[in-house]
Design a protein around this ligand. Sequence first.
Ligand code: FMN
Length: 215
Amino acid sequence: MNNDLSNYRKSYEKGELSKNNVPENPMELFQKWFYEVNQFFPETEANAMTLATIGLDGCPKSRIVLLKKYTYEGFIFYTNYHSEKGKSIALNPNVCLSFFWSGAERQIIIKGRAEKIVENLSDGYFETRPRGSQLGAWASHQSEPIESREVLDKKLKHLESKFEGKEIPRPKFWGGYIVKPYEFEFWQGRPNRLHDRIQYLLDQDFNWHITRLSP
Ligand SMILES: Cc1cc2nc3c(=O)[nH]c(=O)nc-3n(C[C@H](O)[C@H](O)[C@H](O)COP(=O)(O)O)c2cc1C
């Protein structure tokens, strides 16, 4: 196989980013970009983000998870604590989140530390999930090998009857993480590959320092 993609080329010209007119706090710029992507590119799954962790084997691994909440403190997503990513975070809480919003020609890369959120916050979110998703959380030993699809379907059937007419509690092995950021990079595509890149770095006194990076 020999697929030459050297002619795949796109000029980026939808926006620009200047050090002089970005907010002091990167969460505010994140919020602005997130709103704009939702408003102008509604077909984008704007809250789908790449989460990269360092695995037990020392190798990075990334996968998509859904951002469910963000505040000045950080970014919250939900998962199975016993999954591969859960085990990786337990060993090394340093993670990287990234968003690529193709329509807006924007990328955001965030380094931070992940920690479990308090149990009652996970409970609160779990309660709002559709019943099918609640059962799904119980049914799946995420990242473990499974013999067949039928095994999973059988398990779901069993759980449906077990919890019939009852409230479904949150499994203790399922819940949220918050990623508390210490570095952001906002990337806006520009013509001639001379893109705008603005970096925010958090210092020990919790002040953000803003720097322009070469494209
Ligand atoms: C669009 C999309 C959204 C996803 N959202 C989540 C999520 O919020 N939480 C989650 O645990 N997995 C989510 N997944 C599945 C993960 O990408 C991954 O397959 C799973 O979490 C197991 O990862 P791990 O074995 O590295 O722990 C999503 C996948 C896609 C493509």
